[in-house]
Design a binder for this molecule. Structure first.
Ligand code: NAD
Length: 362
């Protein structure tokens, strides 16, 4: 691979996309164009560390806008498309599924078409090394019982509007490879955590509420299990797959870190007790159990053996040290989340299915 490739990163102002972009600029000689609509979840502050670099550029655009995408492909002339733009929050998909269809399905379709047009115009080595890498989730596989793991052969069984829309986009990507020969890659990853995570997701919400002495609401009995992966480990895996993965293949990525939501929140409380003791008492006193998310999947867990065997990747960070770094980051970056908490998301409960964006019902 040449030392200087052109990456087009969709959703690069989000949690994982910004980690990938910061890593590309800081640790490689590649250039990056981020395409992002800047929805509630997109935040240019997450790209501030690389904003002044001459190898970085930003385009505010909707991936479902075919004309803009065509113009951006023509200008950037990418070697690798890393497609992360998505509506990503299960709770929001319950309240308002339309945006998930528009971005995750229609947007991915538009991007595939423009990637195909671009790839067909390439020749020689550039055509041979072009990749379209679609970043997806383990939630497309549905829910596990107490045993077993998801891997690349697991049948699709999505249960939420979010996971169904991601499953649809995975199928489109496979079809564009099978039918048109587009050199695609798909990764299905477990739950990520780490710095720059939007405050409505479980881990940052609990850290911030804990810092502010607010209730720590756990859905249902708190025994739902997720396999947690530190976001920097995911970013490393994505760059490896994008550059060394086999076109047409899928790679499952996970943290080998299964924990119940209750144990995650307790671990956050213990860290906060040490790093920011609350004179009113231990943070665990703030835990409350609230009505469960409708259709809440019981357990997700990943067998990441294939990416380990074929590309030599395994997670570097264990959960204890990754969570400590994350809590320390939120304690030190109040400006980043304070702006969000006072503006686009104030900590309210989402995804109760009490509202839905049914036509004529708003
Ligand atoms: P995020 O919500 O933090 O970021 C999504 C980004 O996409 C935002 O910057 C948003 O502005 C942008 N975006 C949304 N709609 C757009 C559109 N129509 N056009 C252009 N940009 C648009 O999400 P994330 O957690 O960083 O997830 C990134 C990707 O990784 C998603 O595809 C998600 O499905 C997948 N994924 C996430 C996790 C996780 O735990 N967070 C795990 C596995 C896979």
């Amino acid at each position: 691979m040449p030392a200087s490739l052109r990456f087009l990163v969709t959703g690069g102002a989000g949690f994982i996309g910004s980690a990938v972009t910061r890593r590309l600029i800081a640790e490689t000689g590649h250039s990056v164009c981020v395409v992002d609509k800047l929805t509630y979840a997109g935040n240019l502050a997450s790209l501030a560390p690389v904003a002044a670099d001459p190898r970085f550029r930003f385009e505010k655009a909707d991936i479902a806008d075919g004309e803009r995408m065509r113009a951006i492909f023509a200008e950037v002339d990418p070697d690798i498309v890393l497609h992360l733009a998505a509506e990503s929050h299960v709770d929001r998909s319950i309240d308002g599924p339309s945006a998930f269809i528009d971005t995750n399905i229609v947007g991915s379709f538009v991007l595939l078409q423009e990637a195909l047009r671009h790839w067909r115009g390439l020749a020689g080595e550039r055509r041979a090394r072009f990749r379209f890498h679609h970043v997806s989730t383990d939630e497309v596989f549905g829910s596990l019982g107490p045993d077993g793991l998801f891997d690349e052969a697991t049948a699709y069984a999505p249960t939420s509007p979010y996971s169904a829309s991601k499953a649809a986009s995975d199928h489109l990507v496979r079809a564009w490879h099978h039918t048109y020969g587009l050199p695609t890659l798909i990764t299905n990853c477990s739950n990520n955590y780490g710095p720059y995570h939007f405050p409505e997701k479980l881990i940052p919400l609990m850290i911030i509420n804990g810092i502010e002495g607010k209730p720590l609401p756990i859905y249902g009995n708190g025994l739902n299990v997720r396999d947690w992966l530190y976001v920097e480990d995911h970013a490393e895996a994505l760059l490896l797959v994008a550059q060394r993965g086999e076109p047409g293949e899928t790679y499952a990525i996970g943290g080998q870190n299964e924990l119940s939501n209750r144990d995650v929140v307790r671990a956050i409380c213990t860290l906060l007790d040490g790093l920011r003791p609350d004179p009113a008492g231990p943070h665990e006193r703030l835990i409350t159990y609230v009505a469960d998310r409708p259709g809440h999947d019981a357990r997700y867990a990943i067998d990441a053996g294939k990416i380990g065997r074929e590309l030599g990747w395994s997670p570097r960070r264990d959960f204890a040290s990754g969570l400590r770094l994350t809590v320390e980051w939120y304690l030190a970056h109040r400006n980043w989340w304070g702006d969000i908490r006072s503006g686009v998301y104030r900590g309210e409960r989402l995804g109760t299915a009490a509202v839905a964006d049914l036509p004529g019902e708003q």
